[in-house]
Design a protein around this ligand. Structure first.
Ligand code: AMP
Ligand code: MG
Length: 320
C-alpha cells in the first residue's frame, strides 16, 4: 500500500504523532524531500541511518522552526545570528558548536561537538515542526548513493518500506540541497555548495568564505586531513575485537554473553545493531575516563548498521 498522503492538517497531525513515537516520516522541504525523525531520540536517529544504508555515520542536518529554536541548541556567534536573520527560513545550513546542555542525540552529530541547523521555508516542513514540537533530523530521503528525491514518488521508490508516511507537498521548488557553512573555525568554511552562494554569505558577514570542499565532493571535504569528522576521537586508546577487558581497561561490550566485570557498558544486551548505534557515541564518551588506561571494544557484526559502527570504531582506534 502506498505511504503517500496529501500534506493536509489532519495528516500533518498524524505524522507529528508518528514522529513523537520515534517513527520516521518523509516530508517536503524547498530543497529536497527529507527523511525525518526526532533529533533528540537516539533510536529514531539510528533508524534514519539504517534506512539510508550509509556505511558510515555522516552527521545529519537538524531542522528547527526558528532562529530562536536554533540558538537554543547551538552556540550562535554574531556571524551566525546575522546569517540566520538574512537567510532563514531558507536553504542555508549552519554548522555550529552544540550548547553544553544540548538535548539532541549525539548520533545526529556523529559523536562530534558540533551540529548542523537549518530553518526550512517549505510550509509543510514548518507545519510539521510546529505540530510535532520536535527538532527533526532530516537528511535527504534516498538510499545512500542514490539521487536526492524531489517528489513524493521518488521517496516511495527508494524508502517506501522504511517510513510511517510520506507527506506529499508536490515537487520541491529548489531541487538541490542546502548550502552547508561551518562556523566552527576562525574562517567560515563552505562544506557543501547549494542554494545560497558564498558571495551572498560574504556580503552579510563582511569577510570571505573559505571553500572547504570541492564542488560535489562533500566526503573529501569532511574526511580530508584536518577536516571536521576526523576531530572527534576518545582520549583513551581504543582496542578492537576484545574478548574482555584487561587490567585498567574499560569494556564496551556487545551482546548477551558479554562479561560484566569492572567498568563495562553494553551497546546492546540483545545484540540489536540499531540499539548499539543509538548508544555508541554516548557510551564511548562515558568510558573515555581519566581513570582507565584504554577502552576495549568487543566485536560488532559487519552487517547493516554494524558496518557504520565498525567504521567509526576503526577510526577511533586508528593510531594518532
Ligand atoms: P544531509 O544528508 O542533507 O543531511 O547532509 C548532511 C551534510 O551536512 C553532511 O554531509 C555534512 O556535509 C553536513 N553536516 C551535518 N552536520 C555536520 C556537522 N556537525 N559538522 C560538519 N558538517 C555537518
Ligand atoms: Mg543526501
Amino acid at each position: 500500500m502506498s505511504k503517500i498522503v496529501p500534506a493536509d492538517d489532519a495528516n500533518i497531525a498524524l505524522a507529528a504523532g508518528a514522529l513523537r513515537r520515534g517513527e520516521l516520516v518523509s516530508f517536503p522541504t524547498e530543497t529536497v524531500y527529507g527523511l525525518g525523525g526526532d533529533a533528540c531520540n537516539d533510536r529514531a536517529v539510528a533508524a534514519i541511518y539504517a534506512a539510508k544504508g550509509r556505511p558510515s555515520f555522516n552527521p545529519l542536518i537538524v531542522h528547527v522552526p526558528s532562529l530562536a529554536a536554533a540558538a537554543a541548541l547551538g552556540e550562535f556567534s554574531e556571524d551566525a545570528l546575522a546569517l540566520g536573520r538574512a537567510f532563514w527560513p531558507g536553504p542555508l545550513t549552519l554548522v555550529v558548536r552544540r550548547q553544553r546542555k544540548c538535548p539532541l542525540s549525539l548520533l545526529v552529530s556523529a559523536g562530534m561537538d558540533s551540529v548542523a541547523l537549518r530553518v526550512p521555508a517549505h510550509p509543510v516542513a514548518r507545519a510539521l515542526l510546529t505540530a510535532s514540537n520536535l527538532p527533526l533530523a532530516g537528511p535527504s530521503a534516498n538510499p545512500s548513493g542514490r539521487i536526492s528525491p524531489t517528489n513524493a514518488r521518488h521517496v516511495e521508490e527508494g524508502l517506501g518500506d522504511k517510513v510511517a508516511m510520506i507527506l506529499d507537498g508536490g515537487p520541491c521548488r529548489i531541487g538541490v540541497e542546502s548550502t552547508v557553512l561551518s562556523l566552527l573555525d576562525e574562517k567560515p568554511a563552505l562544506l557543501r555548495p547549494g542554494g545560497v552562494s558564498p558571495e551572498e554569505i560574504a556580503a552579510i558577514i563582511g569577510r570571505p568564505v573559505e571553500i572547504a570542499a570541492p564542488v560535489g565532493d562533500v566526503e573529501a571535504g569532511l574526511h580530508g586531513p584536518g577536516r571536521l569528522l576526523s576531530h572527534y576521537a576518545p582520549d583513551r586508546p581504543v582496542r578492537l575485537n576484545a574478548v574482555n577487558a584487561q587490567a585498567g581497561e574499560a569494556l564496551l561490550a556487545f551482546g548477551r554473553n558479554a562479561p560484566h566485570a569492572g567498568i563495562t557498558l553494553n551497546l546492546s544486551e540483545t545484540g540489536d545493531l540499531a540499539e548499539a548505534a543509538a548508544n555508541l557515541f554516548a557510551m564511548l564518551r562515558a568510558l573515555d575516563r581519566p581513570d582507565v588506561t584504554g577502552i576495549a571494544v568487543m566485536p560488532i557484526p559487519e552487517v547493516g548498521l554494524g558496518i557504520a559502527i565498525n567504521d567509526r570504531l576503526t577510526r577511533a582506534a586508528a593510531p594518532r
